[in-house]
Design a protein around this ligand. Structure first.
Ligand code: GLN
Length: 305
C-alpha cells in the first residue's frame, strides 16, 4: 500500500516554505475574516485510512464544493432528464459569469457555474419537501459525523451582497428555467454554500465518487456506476471554471473548488483528497491547494492519465 502520509507531509512542509499568493474571497464579507495562511490536507484511501497534515481538523466554508452534492442528489432522481435544465459543457468563463447565460437562453452551460447550481437548487426544491435536510443528512451520513451543519452568519453575509447571483437567477426565471420564487431558491443556494466542513469530513464525503457511487462503508448507494463516471467527468471538465483545463493539465484528477479555499480531488477506485488554503488565485481557486495537488500527483504518479 502506498505510504501517502510521508508524501503529504513532505509536500506540506515544502509549500510552507514557499511564498503563499492570492487573496481570500472578499466579496462575501464573512469569508474575508478567515486567517489567510491556514493550510490543511486530508486523504482517505479505499481502505478508509486517513492521512493528514496541518489544519485538517479546522472548519471552513464548503462554498461551491457543495454543487457536486446537490448535483448528485438531483441526478440520482432525474437521471438524464436533468440535462434539459442544465448542460455538461465547460464554459471557459468565471463562476459568476452573466453574458454566456443570455447567449444560452437561460440554460446554464454546466451545473458547477453559479447559474447551473442555482438551477439544481430549484430542481431539488421540486423533488424534496425538505431539501435542506436531504443535503445535510447526505453529508452527515457520508462523513459519519452528525456535527456537520449550516452556518447562518455566512449565508446571511452572502445574501446581503449576493447581487450577481440574484441577476443570474432573475434572468433564468425570465427564461422559464427557475420554477420557484427566486428569493426562496437563492436562500437555499446560499444556505448550502454556507455549510462548514473540515478536510477530513470533506475527504470522507467525497469517497462516494472514488467508490463509483457507493459510500465508503458500502452501506449506501448514491449514484449508479455510470452516473458516478459522469459526475467525475463534469468535475474534471468544469470543476474549476475557466481554470478547469489548467487543473486537468497540472493535477490530472477530477476535482472541485470553493471560494472558501477548499479543493477536493478524487482518484476513482483509490482515494479522496481534500486540501484547504483560503488564498485564492484570480480564477477563484485556492492557490496553495492547487500547488499541493500538482506536487502530489507528480510525486505519487497517481492520476487518471
Ligand atoms: N457561494 C459562492 C457564490 O455564489 C460560491 C462561489 C464559489 O465557491 N466559487 O459566489
Amino acid at each position: 500500500m502506498m505510504n501517502y502520509g510521508e508524501t503529504i507531509e513532505r509536500i506540506y512542509q515544502q509549500l510552507l516554505l514557499e511564498k503563499n499568493y492570492g487573496q481570500v474571497a472578499g466579496y462575501i464579507p464573512e469569508l474575508a475574516t478567515v486567517d489567510s495562511d491556514k493550510f490543511g490536507v486530508c486523504l482517505i484511501n479505499r481502505e478508509n485510512n486517513c492521512f493528514s497534515a496541518g489544519d485538517w481538523q479546522e472548519q471552513f466554508s464548503i462554498q461551491s464544493i457543495i454543487k457536486v452534492i446537490t448535483l448528485s442528489l438531483a441526478y440520482q432522481k432525474l437521471d438524464a432528464q436533468l440535462w434539459q435544465r442544465v448542460g455538461v459543457e465547460p464554459s471557459g468563463t468565471p463562476f459568476n459569469n452573466l453574458s454566456r447565460l443570455e447567449h444560452d437562453f437561460g440554460i446554464p452551460r454546466n451545473p458547477f457555474s453559479n447559474a447551473g447550481a442555482i438551477v439544481v437548487c430549484d430542481v431539488l426544491m421540486e423533488l424534496f419537501s425538505d431539501p435542506r435536510e436531504v443535503v445535510i443528512s447526505m453529508l452527515r451520513t457520508l462523513a459519519a459525523d452528525k456535527g456537520i451543519d449550516y452556518t447562518e452568519a455566512i449565508a446571511a453575509s452572502e445574501k446581503s451582497e449576493g447581487y450577481r447571483n440574484m441577476a443570474l437567477a432573475y434572468f433564468m426565471k425570465s427564461m422559464g428555467n427557475i420554477k420557484h420564487e427566486v428569493e426562496d431558491v437563492l436562500d437555499f443556494y446560499f444556505d448550502v454554500c454556507s455549510i462548514a466542513v473540515n478536510c477530513e469530513q470533506l475527504a470522507r464525503i467525497f469517497m462516494y465518487l472514488a467508490k463509483h457511487g457507493r459510500s465508503a462503508d458500502d452501506q449506501h448507494s448514491y449514484l449508479s456506476r455510470g452516473q458516478a463516471k459522469r459526475i467525475n467527468a463534469i468535475m474534471l471538465t468544469c470543476g474549476f471554471y475557466d481554470e478547469a483545463g489548467d487543473f486537468a493539465f497540472r493535477v490530472g484528477l477530477p476535482g472541485k473548488s470553493g471560494v472558501g479555499g477548499g479543493i477536493v480531488a478524487v482518484m476513482p477506485g483509490e482515494f479522496s483528497l481534500a486540501v484547504w488554503s483560503p488564498r485564492l488565485n484570480e480564477k477563484g481557486n485556492s492557490y496553495r491547494g492547487l500547488r499541493f495537488l500538482e506536487h502530489f500527483t507528480d510525486a505519487t504518479e497517481i492520476t487518471i492519465f
